[in-house]
Design a protein around this ligand. Structure first.
Ligand code: GLU
Length: 286
């Protein structure tokens, strides 16, 4: 007689990702975040994938993809091939948009970024990676019939956030995090009028498609995580764990950005700094 043992639920293999944008040279802050991501995958005997975030048509340059890969290799990071490029995932993003549309969770928005900023009034604190809280006066009434999406999209579509809902998650580095939808962030873009998905939607669809179990990234994206948690829920998928690395600042306390040439990996390398010297300064748990 064949003995069949009851199925033992398997926890998924730790799967992390590096998600650089090919929009300029990587700097020390990226290097630290990616190194931490690689260390966490290694410590969990897990997988590490590379996602090329190449959807930003205004800033994307093909030669930056090669530079980015070279910087990562130089630093000694390794990942599972093949690299995933977001530009190859358009059908997946479109499918997710259709799901959100069918569920009535999004609405078209013809207001410009300037309108949105002006209506929001007080300047927002979120910095470059954040958008002002969308004024509810711009929303169509809940339940109003939605126009069709059509084959080519030429208007922005936004996700209608559940006003007043408190969202929480346990961050692996920063501890418990809380935000209130509609107060700390508002209706956010999921699709742009140039017919590309927003970062929020593309990122969530890719975490699902790539089977990511933990996202390691910079703390500038904590607020985006709340938006993304709403998208996971709307798409009926569990969210990964999150580990947001504190941001690295220069000697004047300014957050490192791609304009900080002096601290780009290229410049450091040209000055004879070695990867080992760079990595030595990265505390395992910043
Ligand atoms: N490509 C994004 C960035 O460089 C990554 C965002 C993420 O890790 O979710 O900001």
């Amino acid at each position: 007689m064949l003995l069949v043992s009851p199925a033992v639920p398997q926890s998924p293999v730790y799967t992390g990702r590096l998600a650089p944008s090919p929009t300029g040279d990587l700097h020390l802050g990226h290097a630290r975040t990616f190194w931490i991501a690689a260390e966490r995958a290694r410590a969990a005997s897990g997988r590490l994938l590379l996602r090329n975030d190449d959807l930003d048509a205004n800033r994307f340059r093909l030669d930056f993809v090669a530079t980015m890969l070279e910087d990562l290799h130089w630093l000694g990071l390794t990942w599972e091939e093949p690299m995933v490029s977001q530009s190859e995932h358009m059908p997946l993003y479109r499918q997710a948009l259709k799901t959100l549309h069918a569920a009535g969770l999004i609405f078209p928005c013809s207001h410009s970024r300037r309108d949105v900023i002006e209506a929001a009034g007080a300047p927002h604190e979120g910095g470059a990676n954040d958008e002002p809280v969308y004024s509810p006066q711009f929303r169509p009434p809940a339940g109003a019939p939605l126009p069709e999406l059509g084959d080519t999209i030429s208007i922005n579509w936004r996700f209608r956030v559940p006003d007043g809902r408190e969202l929480t998650f346990q961050d692996g580095a920063l501890g418990p995090q809380t935000a209130v939808a509609g107060r700390d962030f508002g209706d956010f873009l999921v699709w742009r009028k140039d017919d590309t998905p927003s970062y929020q939607l593309a990122c969530v669809v890719d975490e699902i498609a790539m089977g990511i179990t933990e996202v390691v990234r910079g703390a500038d994206l904590v607020k985006s995580t709340f938006r993304q948690l709403l998208l996971f829920q709307a798409l009926g998928e569990p969210a990964p764990a999150y580990y947001h690395c504190p941001l690295m600042c220069d000697e004047n306390g300014q957050r490192l950005a791609k304009r900080h040439d002096a601290l780009s990996l290229r410049t450091l390398r040209a000055r004879g700094v070695t990867p080992a010297e760079i990595i030595r300064n990265f505390a395992p748990n910043p």
